[in-house]
Write a protein that binds this ligand. Structure first.
Ligand code: AMP
Length: 361
């Protein structure tokens, strides 16, 4: 693991008056760059060749650095360029997917806003479960042995499959039948099946809660909520049941976009309890703990209970509907405070107060 001291040494050599906020050109980069500029930083997008058009057309990056592979960020040449431009990196889902949590932890010698030691929890479902359960957050029941499936369950696969190939089963017999079918169609591999997670299916409404933990204020802020549109599961509801039954359509849970959401106000007390508790437990399991943006991904049931099936340990794309602020960020900051801008504001304050060690690893 790259030690924080090593990163603070890199920061020592930076020109404090010319800090550049950098991020991979993907995911939530538009609002990260826009927000950083609004807080007075230079901005840089690292784009894979062919992906730069979005950042050119929206003009949110002062500079675009083209790479052929994002892993070049781990090499001396690109790293030196980024350091020369005094770059501080905002991590997001694409950085983790393309560069890898382990590489970020051990090889990416660039200051990062947030705790580089916490990204690994996203990939490791059992570590994630221990963390959330210790934080007294309810999770769907999990079945290790498919023979024990006794109610409607979702079979999920790890990593970059992004909801593709997930399927629903009611019993062991159905599990065998459907997994054989999925293997035959090459939708999944034997290896995927070995790593599958079988979870109780939670019927409800999906609410993804975006929080910001400010280490400077030692407070968790509620920053926004979204709901996801997934293909084709959300489209299936538009097909009458008889037609569905007559032509079996394999469900998939591939995120296509995000829609803004607000929860019933009476649920917000529990939302804050969960956010505070996640941060408290994180300090113990992965010091210095959760820093900055994170997201709890939940289903809310008809009993108005939150059941969490995942945590993201950085900004999520569910904050993208709120480039000009969310109903919740408005209450704290007024207009125009996106999550991207909030991250830059914390950086600005940390640098001003000489407290960068609280935010940067
Ligand atoms: P995940 O890969 O865990 O983020 O799940 C992708 C999608 O599958 C979610 O956005 C939900 O729509 C759905 N999903 C995952 N787990 C469950 C569950 N236990 N019950 C119901 N739906 C789920």
């Amino acid at each position: 693991m790259i030690l924080q001291e090593e990163i603070l040494e890199v920061l020592e050599d930076y020109d404090r008056k010319k800090i550049t906020v950098a991020t991979v050109g993907s995911h939530s980069a538009l609002q990260i760059l826009k927000g950083a500029r609004e807080e007075g930083f230079g901005t840089l997008a690292i784009c894979k060749l062919g992906k730069e058009v979005v950042y050119q057309r929206f003009r949110t990056a002062d500079e675009i650095l083209i790479v052929e592979d994002y892993k070049e960020m781990l090499g001396e040449k690109v790293l030196k360029k980024l350091q020369e431009k005094n770059c501080i990196l905002v991590p997001h889902g694409s950085l983790i997917a393309y560069v890898g949590a382990e590489n970020i932890e051990n090889k990416l010698k660039l200051p990062i806003i947030g705790n580089r030691g916490i990204f690994r929890y996203e990939a490791d479902r059992s570590a994630e479960r221990r963390w959330l359960e210790e934080a007294k957050i309810k999770m769907p029941k999990e079945t290790k042995n498919p023979e024990e499936i006794s109610s409607l369950s979702i079979v999920k696969f790890p990593g970059a499959k992004g909801g593709r190939g997930y399927f629903l089963v009611n019993s062991y017999g159905e599990f065998v039948k459907k997994s054989r079918e999925m293997l035959r169609k090459k939708r999944i591999t034997e290896e995927d099946l070995k790593k599958a997670t079988i979870q109780e299916y939670v019927p409800g409404v999906n609410i993804y809660i975006s929080y910001f933990y400010s280490p400077l204020k030692n407070e968790v802020e509620l920053f926004g909520m979204d709901s996801r549109y997934e293909a084709n599961i959300d489209g299936l509801t538009r097909i009458p049941a008889v037609d569905q039954a007559n032509s079996y359509i394999e469900p998939s849970y591939v995120v296509v976009g995000n829609a803004p959401m607000v929860a019933r106000e009476s649920l917000l007390g529990e939302v804050f309890r969960m956010g505070d508790s996640i941060v408290n437990v994180s300090k113990k399991i992965a010091p210095p703990g959760m820093l900055g943006a994170f997201c709890l991904e939940t289903m809310v049931t008809h009993k108005l209970e939150f059941i969490a099936f995942e945590i993201s340990t950085r900004i999520v794309a569910g904050t993208n509907p709120f480039t000009a602020g969310s109903p919740y960020s408005y209450l704290l900051y007024g207009d125009n405070m996106s999550m991207g801008r909030r991250i830059a504001l914390e950086l600005k304050n940390a640098l001003k107060e000489g407290k960068e060690d609280l935010l940067i690893t």
